[in-house]
Design a protein around this ligand. Structure first.
Ligand SMILES: [Zn+2]
Length: 201
């Protein structure tokens, strides 16, 4: 048993209470349940609406951000997730391009509430995919570099990311989700720019 867990079990304050004799009922705890979040697929009304601003310091916003990061971490090939993808129409997303082969700039784990693009330049066509569009990838034209500002859930601190290559693309893709767009909406000619998705083993 890990040392820290063992330490908890021997604290007499938390030692198991002796079983009551002739117990007549259940004493229920108050353990707080976290929702199990699942990623919605298109078409879905929440994915098509503009999400609302939030108070980045609100406990519920921090909890939502934590669950987005956890879901991103366990989803193969996922480099970003936005709150509308789990059915929450609020302006929160997470992103992490660490180790991605198409990344150049990499700010590591980025989690933002109420993000906005404050600078953008250039234009580039690149392939992208989305967990909410499980069957396709597509070639989408987006700004080559962006600077995005937002607020960190929990601390409420202002964060600013200057990004290029795949990270700039990911930021624009996630902010699109907050505005009710998926990448398929950005494809000029779906018959020529959408491709059957490769499966990730
Ligand atoms: Zn997406």
């Amino acid at each position: 048993m890990p040392k820290n867990l063992h330490a908890l079990t021997v604290d007499p304050q938390y030692a198991p209470a002796p079983a009551p004799i002739n117990s007549r009922g259940t004493i229920s705890g108050t353990f707080r349940l976290s929702p199990v979040r699942r990623v919605l697929s298109c078409p879905n009304a929440v994915l098509g609406m503009r999400a609302g601003e939030v108070n980045p310091r609100a406990a519920a916003v921090l909890e939502l951000a934590e669950s987005l990061v956890a879901l991103m971490r366990v989803s193969p090939a996922c480099v970003g997730l936005a709150a509308p993808q789990v059915g929450e129409s609020v302006r929160v997303f997470c992103m992490d391009l660490t180790g991605h082969k198409k990344a150049r700039s990499c700010a590591g784990l980025v989690v933002m509430a109420n993000p906005r693009i404050v600078e953008s330049s250039g234009e580039i066509l690149m392939r992208e995919g989305c967990m909410s569009v499980p069957d396709f990838t597509g070639d989408v034209r987006r700004a080559a570099t962006v600077v995005v500002e937002g607020y960190e859930p929990g601390s409420g601190k202002l964060v600013r990311v200057a990004a290029d290559a795949m990270e700039a693309r990911c930021l624009q893709h996630e902010i699109d989700h907050l505005d009710g767009f998926v990448f398929v909406d950005r494809v000029a000619d779906p018959s020529r720019s959408l491709f059957a998705r490769k499966t990730y083993a």
